[in-house]
Design a protein around this ligand. Structure first.
Ligand SMILES: [Zn+2]
Length: 469
């Protein structure tokens, strides 16, 4: 009789989730890759066997929108803490935003950032690059090796030098990027709308009525302009953190007309509304602001119907002392990479009671694994559980009910807008390329080694890094 095939690790008995199916299977891992999906109970041997009976096995999530603050803003967050929060939330790959100090404008900036990040990250990573408003043409020099996209930020603090305010420069950016290899990412709120309103109403001084100062109109104006530019130049555009029903409808109409536009919805816009602002105050001072319940309903519809391309955390932590400044000075942003999966899964289960746990997990797999892997050049190695793919896996307990306390928060800032929330479903184990990097099986969080890699765009040999220096 042949001896059974031997693997390094097998995860037995779980429901293996993809965007299109949930099947009972054992996941066999060899080295850093998925070696096989086996019928449950197959007579294979392994160095280590993890029991996932009654649990879901999801592909490691890709959060394409985090601000891990390196370099220059590590008083707010750093890669060690941010990546602990990530793996605790089932995220195994992040794509980090470029609005650091200094911003990531060039290929050299990306290599310099990698040198800071390596040996500190539990998760694999790529970087978004920032459009330099003073050097629009330099954007053309970036390639997919260094950057997953080029991001333009259309509004922000008056001191921020990376904000692109000039409409003529925006037009030039599309001309420069036409025919290029990188998608354009946008924080799409029109700064002129806010300036006009601030001149009339004054800057916001309290959280009650905050949305009136940072209204949907700024997003609608910007989103329409970007759809029109995408149409004219044929440049793919991905709109971040869409917050209103009007923006969603415009983007769906644009996509239906064949214009290359996609969009992201954040966990916090799915979890909070303007009704929460006077209670939670600075914790939910956000950019874009929280909208009305009817907007939140539309965002959920975009998630469940697949109109949204990605979910992102927009993990943008600030120290509580900074958030506690007077309203005009309190920076917008919250930590969210750890809370994203439980918040979305909980919302899906509560809003759509016809969805069973595997059905809700399939939606998560589509928007947090498959689609971002396709949009950001990782489809050859991330985003699905299949032979040859990286063994990035999440063992998820769909029925665990738990309350988030400040002790659970791994982000460096140590607070969460979700404190006191009761979640349905939680992460038990997270594996990054076959290594257990998060394990709370016995109720205590344990973390693996900071061997996260800077990922080259696929297709590449699965074990290749961009830099080996
Ligand atoms: Zn952001």
């Amino acid at each position: 009789m042949d001896s059974p095939i031997r693997y390094d690790r097998i995860i037995r008995g779980g429901h293996v989730i993809s965007a299109s199916a949930a099947v009972r299977a054992d996941v066999a891992i060899r080295g850093e890759s998925v070696a096989a999906l086996l019928p449950p109970g197959s007579p294979a041997e392994a160095g280590s066997v993890l029991d996932a009976t009654g649990r879901l096995v999801l592909p490691g999530l890709i959060d394409s929108h985090v601000h891990f603050r390196m370099p220059g803003r590590t008083d707010q967050e750093d890669w060690a803490a941010g990546s602990r929060a990530a793996v605790a939330g089932g995220v195994t790959t992040v794509i980090d935003m470029p609005d650091t100090l200094p911003p990531l404008y060039t290929a050299q900036d990306a290599r310099d950032k990698h040198r800071l990040v390596r040996y500190t990250s539990l998760v694999d990573y790529r970087f978004h690059a920032q459009v330099d408003p003073r050097r629009i043409e330099a954007t053309a020099e970036l390639t997919p090796r260094e950057a997953a996209s080029v991001k333009a930020t259309l509004t922000g603090s008056a001191q921020a030098t990376h904000v692109l305010r000039d409409p003529a420069a925006l037009d030039r950016l599309f001309r420069v990027c036409a025919g290029g290899a990188l998608p354009l990412l946008f924080h799409a709120e029109d700064d002129g709308v806010f300036t006009l309103l601030d001149g009339w109403l004054g800057v916001p001084r309290q959280y009650a009525g905050y949305e009136r100062h940072r209204p949907r109109s700024a997003g609608i104006v910007a989103v329409y302009r970007l759809i029109e530019l995408a149409r004219r130049h044929g440049v793919p555009v991905h709109i971040l953190h869409v917050s209103s029903r009007e923006e969603v409808d415009l983007l769906c109409a644009g996509a239906a007309a064949g214009i290359p536009v996609t969009f992201e919805v954040t966990g916090h816009h799915l979890s909070f509304t303007s009704l929460d602002v006077s209670r939670l105050g600075a914790r939910v001072r956000l950019s874009p602001a929280l909208r009305e319940p009817a907007d939140q309903d539309r965002l959920w519809t975009a998630v469940i119907e697949g109109q949204a391309a990605t979910l992102g955390s927009d993990h943008a932590p600030y120290r509580f002392a900074d958030k506690s400044l007077a309203v005009p000075d309190a920076p917008p942003g919250l930590p969210g990479v750890q809370e994203l999966l439980p918040a979305v899964f909980t919302g899906l289960r509560r809003r759509y009671t016809h969805l069973d746990a595997p059905g809700a997990a399939r939606i998560v797999a589509r928007l947090l694994a498959e689609r971002p892997s396709e949009l950001f050049g990782l489809a050859g190695r991330k985003g699905r559980i299949a032979p040859g793919m990286d063994a990035d896996l999440v063992v998820f307990e769909p029925d665990r009910t738990w309350m988030l306390s400040p002790d659970d928060v791994h982000a460096k800032c140590g607070w969460s807008a979700y404190e006191g929330w009761t979640f349905t479903g939680g992460v038990q184990l997270t594996l990054r390329r076959g290594e257990v990097v998060y394990d709370r099986t016995d109720g205590v969080a344990r973390f693996g080694g900071p061997a996260g890699r800077w990922l080259a765009p696929s297709p590449v040999a699965p074990d290749r890094e961009i830099l080996r220096t």
